[in-house]
Ligand binder design. Structure first.
Ligand code: IDP
Ligand code: MG
Length: 150
């Protein structure tokens, strides 16, 4: 079982797409084990996007991500990190496949609605940024119908 860090970016909130996007993750069988609304600061951005600080798009990315509140979620399930990235689709809306979140709801390079951890190491690091006090471990009644026993 894996847990991944998902962010609903400012465009998802401004455009009123939180419910529809969250519904895709939930319908797939990913379980919410933490959720928080916050304003990303320059400091959080520098930690979260440490790998991108020297990229040309970094200043614009930070301006976007700090412009209004975001939602941070921890989602759990079998291979949750890769599963969430598949549901999200490729980074740029124009390139993302139809049927994915980014493919269905956007056509921008920067405003792409969601962030999802890209590896187990990233997930652990990123979950620590937003949920330093830990996650909610709980069992839903759906588990036996969603997840294989092994
Ligand atoms: P990812 O979100 O699919 O993992 P990354 O390459 O890690 O994509 O980039 C992080 C975020 O930075 C993207 O989701 C997007 O918001 C922004 N970004 C990446 N490349 C560009 C670009 O070329 N122009 C503008 N924004 C970009
Ligand atoms: Mg990334």
């Amino acid at each position: 079982m894996e847990t991944t860090l998902i962010l609903f970016k400012p465009d998802a909130l401004h455009r009123g797409l939180v419910g529809r996007v969250l519904s895709r993750f939930e319908s797939k069988g990913l379980q919410i084990v933490a959720m928080r609304m916050l304003r990303m600061t320059d400091e959080i951005a520098a930690r979260h996007y440490a790998e991108h600080v020297d990229k040309p798009f970094y200043p614009g990315l930070v301006a976007f991500m700090t412009s209004s509140p975001i939602l941070a979620l921890a989602l759990r399930g079998p291979e949750a990190i890769a599963v969430a990235r598949k549901l999200m689709g490729k980074t740029f809306g124009l390139e993302a496949e139809a049927g994915t979140i980014r493919g269905d709801f956007g056509c921008s390079k920067s405003f792409n609605l969601v962030h999802g951890s890209d590896s187990a190491a990233s997930a652990e690091r990123e979950l620590g940024i937003y949920f330093p006090d830990g996650l909610q471990d709980w069992e839903t009644i759906q588990h036996p119908w969603l997840w294989d026993a092994e």
